[in-house]
Design a protein around this ligand. Sequence first.
Ligand SMILES: Nc1ncnc2c1ncn2[C@@H]1O[C@H](COP(=O)(O)OP(=O)(O)OP(=O)(O)O)[C@@H](O)[C@H]1O
Ligand SMILES: [Mg+2]
Length: 579
Amino acid sequence: MDRFWKYIKRNWKAYFWAILALALVDGLQLLLPLVFGYFIDAITRGDLWTYYYGLIFLGLAVAITLLRYAYRWEMGKLALHFDFGLRREFFQEVLRLPMSYLQEKDIGDIMARATNDMQAIRQFLIFGLIGFTDVIVLGVSTVVLMLSLNWRLFLASVGPIAVVAVVALTFSRYIFPLFKIVQDVFGKLTEKAQEFISGVRVLRAFSREPKVLEIFQQVNREYYRTNLKLVKLEGVFEPSMALLIGISTVLSIWYGAGLIQRGALSLGMLVAFINYIGTLSWPMMALGFTTTTFQRSRASLKRVEEIIQAKKEESHLEPEDEVSSKFQSLEARNLSFSLEGRRILEKVSFNLRAGQVLGIMGPIGAGKTTLFRLLERLEEPEEGKIFLNGRDIRHIPLEVLRRFFALVPQDHYLFSTTLLENIRYSRPEATLEEVEEAVRIACLDEEINQFPEGLNTLVGERGVTLSGGQRQRVAIARALISQRPVILLDDALSAVDTVTEEKLTAKLKEHARSSGKSVVSISHRVSTLLWADFIVVIIEGTIAELGTPTVLLEKGGYFAHLYQSQVLEGAVNGTEIRT
Ligand SMILES: Nc1ncnc2c1ncn2[C@@H]1O[C@H](COP(=O)(O)OP(=O)(O)OP(=O)(O)O)[C@@H](O)[C@H]1O
Ligand SMILES: [Mg+2]
């Protein structure tokens, strides 16, 4: 909420003018019934002044139009300005959220905060504040005017209008929780729809349509029911307001007619009075409306602030260490790591020097990907565990640290744009020659030449669908383009056939040697790692074997066994694995 008031305070001058313009509009509007009343009285008297009233009306109408334009413009501008700043801040903070937070929270939920909640906040800033000003200025001055016209008439007719205020407030109290429920159910509905549509292939393959439809219908029905309640309430509200205003009008006609007959009131003033009843009904209703939008926007602002104030990735811890931009070494010393109380890695140590190739092997769930995440500080390692060029990575600013690594993740991501853009994503200024070179190393050149538009072919929904192996190699080309000194491959060749894999590893090796890059490669396939300078076998979070491929083969452990079985498989498939 602070953010709100801080913002309003910072822009108080603009708010002041906007609200002043609004108050002026309200004031001028209050004059209209009075002028109208004088006009009628002038006619009944047969006065010649009647013509001038037309001009006064016209003047008032023009002034109201201009002022109304002024406050709408000011209010709108301010609300959009606040919204603009908040949205920017929100997005910036989302980009800095730690990975663990993003995994915990539903992406759909974060999206809802960025859209629905932002909208609720903006609505309050425009309509809520207008309503609030109206309630105060219009409400109070109308009552004063009615009292001064004839206080007895006011007392006689105002009862039902007071009921309007009570009803409006009660109504908002009922409708607010209902509104929130409807929003929540709507969130659930979109979440389900999104889940089912993106999983449509799997659910069709297993003929799950009837079950999925049933689940969807459950939520759909819930949404229908809660919304129906809302419609019912809203449906009752407006007509009953009209009825109450009608009763007030009738009361004032009855009582007013008596006053006119006794000569205590003129016809024109009775007409003015009845007009004021209509005017008064608006701030009474706005009372309820304003409280509702206020409550809603407060709830929304809280949801938005939750993200903005969530704990963020810390760039680095003091003291900040100078680190030379040339890669020299990457070292893990007794690295242990736990997630949610579970030990994932236990006392892992290795030392990778520039130009070396490190292979990492191990069963599924051994902690290999976690190790990569720690190296890039996507997860926070403990102090004094991982060193880059001899400096603790916790003391290196994140943006500096990550500039050393070119990661090809296990679940690589391609954007719906051209192949060229996808590859250049890691370094947009890369030349076409550099891209072609990377494509050659990734063994993609022949396939790309067969695409209708070569590198300019669109991938994804609107273009060609790439095979798993092709996507992996695009991701590798992207990493090569980046010119970063340490290439991290997380099972990056798993979907590539063994023949292509062999070609690719040979080229990659040559590229690494000639450009002085280091490679850390996670793989389940022995053939991918035979070219490594040394291999680390991680089993259940600890290092089970460490050494050159030759040494490990002789040792007869996990690596050697895997080699045996994969060589056999290779022989059956007609391919051969060379050391
Ligand atoms: N965010 C997380 N919260 C809790 N546990 C996690 C989280 N991420 C991973 N783990 C656990 O950490 C362990 C190691 O996971 P990791 O992804 O590092 O395995 P891996 O060696 O890469 O496996 P694979 O070969 O299948 O990719 C697993 O048991 C996994 O369940
Ligand atoms: Mg993994």
